[in-house]
Design a protein. Structure first.
Length: 724
């Protein structure tokens, strides 16, 4: 018998599979109850890629011999390859129960558990592997990968580092070590380890891609693009390389190239949620809203995580007539997809019912050179001077700048929370004993809504940084004003609406001198210049249609658009073609890309009238325009985002500059442009208003804010003092 089996093994080694099967079938006729022979036959069918027949014979093998652990193992391997994970787990477990030191079975069992998102079971399986063989690098590597999946980056770093000692020359483990450092936002160490992986395996395209991703995250876009291209040169079929390249190109303002690479990524990896998100965002950014929506609608709700839902939520604000109830349903999908944290891990609230000062906290990813600080920098300073509150700041951005340092001085307590996991952030805020938490990010970038969805303070408020509802049940209030949120629109917010008495925000001028012209440029140019410095995503076909009508009716008028996306020549050509379709010459369309803020602001000296966008109007952009003495023609529509211009103009006494429909918008643009003396007078009045209007008065605005918060908190204490 042994001699015959050896002959079969020799035939297999020689790839004479048909002859080997004949020999095995002859042996089975003689020993029909020998499970080992069926296992060998199953093995031949496995290596000849007849997996269903292999399963048949492996199952016969274990029926013949219930202790034949290699057959159970082989069944597990096939089901793991087929991604039938429950079956794979069943058979690997069978093998380990028969042979409790079966290293390969425990290793593959760990892989099956990991693929099935049974992470604790996977961890236990890999730990068993380490006990059985402490020198096996793949055990440490795979255990580290599980911790990476759990986003437990410190533990991943610890385990993978041990693995590098077990085998310092295993290229794959340095790639995963780089991912652990990347998760910890230690970009320098991540880069070092991705490079180590590449040095050990020069064609390791995954490491090139991860290195490119890291370089992109630190803003070294040219180097990132070069590395990403090397990855693609090595393997033209790795979807992730094209996805990372798309993100890099976006940051280089090459939107059409980004879109092309994103499509390539989706061709290679179909039905990929992150691919749909990227394309949806890219198309929305260049104002192709219908295409953006088409890709967001492709999302598989069962596979969409909380971060992915937020991309859809945020971008939906740009889409004309996007259903308000659908918007709220998306916020519920976001809330339901937030990872569950065990209640036992959450600290109790530490705030006191008896206190000298209310502890108020602001959390944002934008305490830096950003539109939110262009509005609120001076407000924070005045709030600190008032001494009415004990003020806490939670900064969720690693990229701090001069503005961050200025802002920080206006807070009594400051925490850098960019690297905090949700659990750690929740427990930090609860430990600080905050009474009122104000979120300044909403569903915008670098927000922490997933943490704030677990109540961190007795009063939670959304304000200023995101002008639509969070949709979260643990947010109590949303701050607006009587213009931005009329009574009839309160139903579109999950939060209770509270209103500042005049305007929802203010404007903080820059600390440097900005040259302002005192006369409208039409006096020098002899033609009217309209302008819109909003981001391009706000320029819908609806607003373009209105602008074309304006230019058609004023033959010598110009329009001046300014946004970083306009550095993409193909995007610029799209806009030229839009106007050319109506016979409007290219020389009447002024398109400029990004500038430093001082130059950006001084560009308003070339504009007579700012044309607000709709349905997503300007916020900070409108405030900058009026600060530079340029009036805004705005179209008031449904929703906060369509009413910012109305609120600003109402507070400036420019009610005539608020339009109720597109026809009114076009008509007023034409009429106002012909009245040079009116434009001159308004410009002078706007520049004078800088000294006496609440929009530019941090003292008056802060006083209004303090009264609002005090009244809300007092009322909240009376109603809900025993709830939390």
């Amino acid at each position: 018998m042994e001699h015959n089996v050896n002959n079969v093994l020799q035939l297999i080694d020689n790839k004479e599979f048909d002859q080997a099967k004949i020999c095995l079938n002859n042996l089975i006729e003689k020993e029909p109850d020998n499970g080992f022979l069926y296992n060998m036959l199953g093995y031949i069918f496995t290596i000849t890629n007849h997996k269903d027949l292999a399963i048949k014979y492996f199952k016969i093998a274990v029926l013949k011999d219930k202790n034949l652990y290699p057959a159970f193992f082989n069944l597990g391997v096939i089901f793991l390859e087929k991604k039938i994970l429950e079956q794979a787990i069943f058979y690997f477990k069978k093998a380990t129960l028969i042979k409790d030191d079966y290293y390969d079975a425990f290793l593959n069992l760990g892989l099956a558990y990991s693929d099935n998102n049974q992470f604790e079971d996977s961890i236990n399986a890999f730990k068993k592997c380490i006990i059985l063989n402490s020198k096996a690098v793949e055990s440490y590597n795979n255990l580290g990968i599980v911790y990476l999946k759990q986003e437990n980056y410190p533990k991943a770093l610890e385990i993978i580092s041990i693995g590098t000692e077990a085998d310092p020359n295993f290229f794959g483990i340095y790639n995963n070590l780089g991912l652990a450092y990347l998760g910890l936002k230690n970009f320098e160490r991540a880069i070092i380890n991705f490079n180590k992986a590449i040095n050990l395996k020069i064609d390791f395209y995954e490491a090139y891609t991860n290195l490119a991703d890291t370089l992109n995250k630190i803003g070294d876009y040219d180097a990132a693009l070069n590395i990403c291209n090397q990855s693609i040169e090595i393997n033209k079929n790795f979807y992730k390389s094209y996805q990372i390249k798309s993100l890099i190109l976006k940051n280089l303002n090459k939107y059409y190239e980004a879109i092309e690479n994103s499509h390539k990524s989706l061709e290679l990896k179909k039905d990929l949620n992150s691919g749909y998100i990227l394309l949806g965002s890219l198309y929305t950014s260049i104002a192709k809203h219908d295409l953006g929506l088409e890709y967001f609608e492709k999302l598989d709700a069962q596979k969409t995580d909380s971060d992915e839902w937020q991309y859809y939520i945020f971008n939906s604000n740009y889409i004309y007539n996007f259903d308000k109830q659908k918007y709220l349903s998306l916020t519920k999908k976001f809330e339901n997809s937030i990872k569950v944290i065990e209640k036992s891990l959450l600290k109790d609230f530490c705030y006191t019912q008896s206190f000298d000062k209310v502890k108020i906290a602001f959390i944002s990813g934008d305490f830096r050179d950003h539109p939110i600080t262009y509005q609120l920098k001076n407000f924070f300073y005045e709030l600190k001077l008032s001494n009415e509150f004990e003020i806490f700041g939670y900064n969720n951005n690693k990229n701090n700048d001069v503005t961050t340092n200025i802002i920080r001085s206006s807070f009594d307590h400051w925490h850098e929370v960019y690297n905090y996991k949700d659990l750690d952030l929740i427990n930090l805020i609860r430990s600080d004993g905050i009474h009122v938490l104000i979120d300044l990010s909403g569903h915008s970038a670098k927000n922490r809504l997933s943490a704030l969805s677990y109540r961190v303070a007795p009063v939670q408020i959304s304000w200023a940084g995101y002008l639509s509802s969070t949709g979260l049940k643990n947010f109590d209030y949303f701050i607006g004003d009587k213009y931005t949120i009329p009574k009839e629109e309160e139903i579109f917010y999950s939060e209770k609406i509270i209103r500042l008495s005049k305007i929802w925000t203010m404007f903080s001028p820059p600390d440097y001198n900005v040259i302002k012209s005192t006369e409208p440029p039409i006096k020098k140019n002899n033609y009217i210049t309209f302008g819109s410095f909003n981001n391009l995503a706000k320029i819908s076909n609806h607003i373009l249609g209105a602008w074309k009508k304006i230019l058609i009716n004023i033959p010598n008028a110009r329009i001046f658009l300014k946004d970083n996306i306009l550095e993409d020549e193909r995007v610029k050509n799209d806009i030229y073609l839009h106007f050319a379709d109506s016979g409007i010459e290219k020389n009447r369309i002024i398109l400029q890309g990004a500038d430093k803020r001082e130059v950006f602001l001084q560009s308003y000296n070339k504009v007579d009238i700012s044309l607000d966008t709709f349905p997503y109007g300007g916020g900070t952009t409108n405030l900058e325009s009026i600060w530079m003495g340029v009036p805004i023609l705005t179209l008031s529509g449904p929703g906060f985002l369509s009413r910012c211009g109305e609120s600003i103009n109402s507070n400036l006494g420019l009610n005539d500059w608020i339009c109720r429909d597109k026809e009114d918008y076009v008509k007023k643009a034409i009429n106002f442009s012909s009245n040079i003396e009116l434009l001159s007078k308004i410009k002078k009045n706007l520049l004078l208003a800088l000294d006496n209007n609440i929009i530019f008065s941090p003292q008056e605005f802060t006083f209004d804010f303090i009264n609002l918060i005090k009244n809300v908190f007092i009322k909240h204490q009376k109603i809900k003092s025993n709830i939390y």
